[in-house]
Ligand binder design. Structure first.
Ligand code: WT7
Length: 651
C-alpha cells in the first residue's frame, strides 16, 4: 500500500472527446436516473434480458441476504446464444479463437449454440441435472466456454478451477462443492509446448473420497493420457453424437449459476457463489456502458482466463449476452515472441481491449518497439482491471497502446461483486490517470474511517458498499456464517471489500490495495495464510510468515520468511529453498510460488503472538524497519537481518 499513497496527487485529467461522447452508449443522465429510483433503474436493465417469466419483485433485502428479480425465470445460455440466433444474428462471429501453436477457429453464435446444445445433451446423458455441481479444469479454448454454457443451460452450477492450480487445490474445490462431474482436457499449449491437465485431475481424484462419477476429456493436444475405464469419456465421443436439439428451460432468478473459489484471509478458499438474474443484468449492463460495445462493428478482447471472475463476467456472460465478437487466445504474451498480442490486435482489428496492469507494466518494460511493429489503430477503448494501476502505466497504456486517442477505463470490482462497481463511463467521465473515479450508476460505494464514518474529500480509509447490487455474491458455499463474518461484520450494515481507498479533493475514488492478509500477484488474489500453511506442511519447516512485497511488474510478489525445524542447516540451503518453492507449487499452484524465501531464526511477534507482517514487509521491500516497540522480543528484527544474509533471492 505504501508506494500507492501518493497516487491521488495526480491532477492531469482527460475529458471525453465530443466525438466519443456523441456516439457513446452511456449518457451522463444515467447517474441521475439511478439516483432517482435505483430499483427502477436496475429493473430497466433487467428488462433487456429474455425472461421466461417476469419477476414479481425487484429486490428483497434482509441484510446480508439479497434476492433480485424474485419470481422471475430465465436461462443464461438462452440469453447468450438462442436469442441472437432467433433474432437473426446467428452468423455473427462469437469467437476468433487463436491457439498457442497458431491454429485458429472462427465460431459463430449459431455454431456455438449447436455445440452448447449437444454438450447439454451429453451432460444430461451423464446424469447431470439442475442443482448439480460440475468442475471445469481447462485451458483457454472454446470448449471451456461451451462447457460453462452447457452447465448453465441445464441448471447445473459450474465451478471453474483455473488450469494453473494444483491437484491439491483442485481436489479441495471438488470436495467443498461436492462436484459429481469434472470437465477437463488432455492438456493445453503454453510457451511453445503442450502441458498436461488430465493427469492433474487423475491425481486430484486418486483418493476416492469424493462423488465424482465421470470425467469428460477434450482432446486438445493429443498427448497420451492414462484412462480410467467407466469413469473417463472423450468429449468428441459423447458430444459429437448428441442431438442438436435442446430447449432451454427458464430457471429461477435466484438459481445458482456458478461457484468460483477465491482466496481469503484463512487457508481455506471461499466458494463464492452467484445466481442468475441479477448477475446477468449487471454484467450485461456494465459491459455495454463501460466498454461502449457496438456489437455489429466492435471486436472485443478481454485477455483474462475463464478460470477467474473476469473471464466469467467479461468473456462469457456479459459480452455474449450483448452479442459481442471476441478474440480468445490460449497462450502467453511472449510466445513465440513479445509481438504476439500486438499482432493479434492487428490481425483481428481489436477495437476494445480489457487487460491487467501487470501486463501493461510488462509491455512497458519490454519497450515501445514491440507495439510499434503492429498496426493498433483499430483500438478505440482500453480497460484495466485486477489491481491499482499506477499513473505511469495508465499514461503509457493511453499513449503507446491507445495513440492518445482512446478512453481508458480503470474498473474496480471483485469475484464477490460479480460485475464492475467503480469505473469511469467512457464519453461521460473526465478521467484521471490511476483513478477508478466513481461508483457506477446504481452502485453505492463509500470510503469510511475505522468507525465506519464517511471520510471527507482528501481523506483515506476503507472502501465499503452501502446498498445491495444485482450481481452481488449470494454467499460462501456451505458457510453462511463465514459470509456474514467476512463481509458484513467489520462495518455493520455495510459490505467491507477488504480494500483501502482514498477520496481526492474532487471526491474521485483511488484504490490503494488490500488492507487484509490477501496479496495481489499479477491481479490474482493469493492468501498469505494459504501460502504459509502450505510452507509449514513441508517437513523441514517449523514456522512461516508470508508478505506481499511491492513489485514493479507483478504489483506484489510473494516473499516468505521461514524458520526451519531443528537440525536442518540454514546456511547454503539453496536446494532446500528450491524444494520449498516446488512444494508450494505442488500444493497450490505456480501462481502461489514465492519469489523469495528467506530463512530466519525467529519471526517478529507481538506479545499476543501475532506476526507483525508490517515489519517483514519493510525487510522484503528493503526499507528501514519501522516501529518495532510492540514486539515481544525487540531483538528479533536484528536476528532476521542476520538470517537474511544467509538466504538467496531469485532475482
Ligand atoms: C481485488 C479483487 C475483479 C477482477 C479481477 C480481480 C483488486 C481489482 C482493481 C482496480 C485497484 C483492484 C482489489 C480487489 N482490484 N480491480 N481496478 N483497482 N484494485 O478479482 O481476484 O476477486 O480480486 O482485486 O484489491 O479487492 P479478485
Amino acid at each position: 500500500m505504501s508506494s500507492l499513497e501518493n497516487l491521488s496527487h495526480e491532477n492531469r485529467t482527460f475529458p471525453p472527446t465530443p466525438a466519443f461522447t456523441a456516439q457513446a452508449n452511456a449518457q451522463a443522465t444515467l447517474y441521475q436516473e439511478a439516483a432517482d429510483d435505483r430499483l427502477a433503474f436496475w429493473a430497466r436493465q433487467a428488462e433487456l434480458l429474455h425472461w421466461e417469466r417476469k419477476w414479481d419483485q425487484v429486490l428483497e433485502w434482509e441484510l446480508p441476504n439479497a434476492k433480485w428479480f424474485l419470481g422471475g425465470k430465465l436461462n443464461a445460455s438462452y440469453n447468450c446464444l438462442d436469442r441472437h440466433v432467433l433474432e437473426g444474428r446467428g452468423d455473427r462471429v462469437a469467437f476468433h479463437f487463436e491457439g498457442e501453436p497458431g491454429d485458429t477457429r472462427t465460431i459463430t453464435y449459431a455454431q456455438m449454440l449447436v455445440e452448447v446444445k449437444k454438450t447439454a445433451n451429453a451432460l444430461l446423458e451423464l446424469g447431470i441435472g439442475a442443482g448439480d455441481r460440475v468442475a471445469i479444469y481447462m485451458p483457454m479454448i472454446p470448449e471451456a466456454a461451451v462447457a460453462m454454457l452447457a452447465c448453465a443451460r441445464i441448471g447445473a452450477a459450474h465451478s471453474v478451477v483455473f488450469g494453473g492450480f494444483s491437484a491439491e487445490a483442485l481436489k479441495s474445490r471438488i470436495l467443498d462443492a461436492d462436484v459429481t462431474l469434472v470437465i477437463t482436457s488432455d492438456g493445453g499449449y503454453r510457451k511453445g509446448s503442450a502441458f498436461p491437465l488430465k493427469p492433474v485431475v487423475d491425481a486430484a481424484l486418486a483418493g476416492g473420497d469424493h462423488n465424482v462419477k465421470k470425467v469428460l476429456v477434450v482432446n486438445r493436444t493429443g498427448q497420451a493420457v492414462a484412462w480410467v475405464g467407466g469413469r473417463d469419456i472423450w468429449w468428441h465421443e459423447i458430444v459429437d453424437r448428441q442431438s442438436a436439439e435442446h430447449v432451454a428451460e427458464g430457471f429461477d432468478s435466484e438459481h445458482v449459476l456458478f461457484i468460483l473459489y477465491t482466496s481469503g484471509t484463512t487457508a481455506k478458499p471461499k466458494g463464492i457463489f452467484h445466481t442468475t438474474g441479477g448477475y446477468l443484468t449487471q454484467t450485461s449492463f456494465t459491459h455495454r456502458a463501460v466498454f461502449d460495445l457496438k456489437a455489429e462493428s466492435d471486436v472485443y478482447w478481454c485477455t483474462a482466463d475463464i478460470g477467474w471472475i473476469t473471464g466469467h463476467s467479461y468473456v462469457l456472460y456479459g459480452p455474449m449476452i450483448n452479442g459481442a465478437t471476441q478474440v480468445m487466445y490460449e497462450g502467453t504474451p511472449d510466445s513465440p515472441t513479445k509481438h504476439r498480442l500486438f499482432q493479434l490486435i492487428e490481425k483481428y482489428k481489436v477495437s476494445i481491449l480489457y487487460t491487467a496492469p501487470t501486463l501493461i507494466r510488462t509491455w512497458m518494460k519490454w519497450g515501445d518497439e514491440y507495439p510499434a511493429d503492429s498496426d493498433l489503430t483499430s483500438l478505440r477503448l482500453l480497460g484495466s482491471v485486477g489491481e491499482p494501476i499506477n499513473p505511469e502505466a495508465w499514461m503509457w497504456y493511453r499513449e503507446v497502446i491507445g495513440a492518445d486517442a482512446c478512453p481508458v477505463v480503470d474498473t474496480w470490482w471483485q469475484t464477490e461483486t460479480g460485475g464492475l462497481m467503480i469505473s469511469p463511463l467512457p464519453g461521460v467521465t473526465a478521467t484521471k490517470p490511476g483513478s477508478a473515479m466513481a461508483a457506477l450508476p446504481g452502485i453505492s460505494a463509500k470510503v469510511v474511517d475505522d468507525e465506519g464514518r464517511d471520510v471527507a474529500n482528501g481523506q483515506g480509509g476503507y472502501l465499503v458498499l452501502t446498498e445491495p447490487w444485482p450481481a452481488m455474491l449470494r454467499g460462501v458455499w456451505g458457510e453462511p456464517e463465514r459470509y456474514r463474518e467476512t463481509y458484513w461484520s467489520r462495518f455493520p450494515g455495510k459490505y467491507f471489500a477488504g480494500d483501502g481507498a482514498k477520496l481526492d479533493d474532487d471526491g474521485a475514488i483511488w484504490l490503494l490495495g488490500r488492507v487484509d492478509d490477501v496479496m495481489n500477484i499479477s491481479g490474482h488474489r493469493i492468501s498469505t495464510t494459504e501460502v504459509e500453511s502450505s510452507l509449514v506442511s513441508h517437513i523441514n519447516v517449523a514456522e512461516a510468515a508470508v508478505v506481499g512485497a511491492n513489485d514493479a511488474v507483478t504489483g506484489q510478489a510473494i516473499v516468505a520468511f521461514v524458520i526451519l525445524r531443528g537440525g536442518i542447516p540454514s546456511v547454503g540451503g539453496e536446494e532446500l529453498i528450491a524444494d520449498l518453492k516446488a512444494h508450494v507449487t505442488q500444493e497450490i499452484g505456480a501462481i502461489a510460488r514465492p519469489k523469495q524465501i528467506l530463512v530466519v531464526a525467529e519471526l517478529p511477534k507481538t506479545r499476543s503472538g501475532k506476526i507483525m507482517r508490517r515489519l517483514l514487509r519493510d525487510v522484503a521491500e528493503h526499507r528501514t524497519v519501522g516501529d518495532s516497540t510492540t514486539l515481544a522480543d525487540p531483538n528479533i528484527m536484528k536476528l532476521i537481518g542476520e538470517g537474511l544474509q544467509s538466504s538467496k533471492s531469485e532475482d
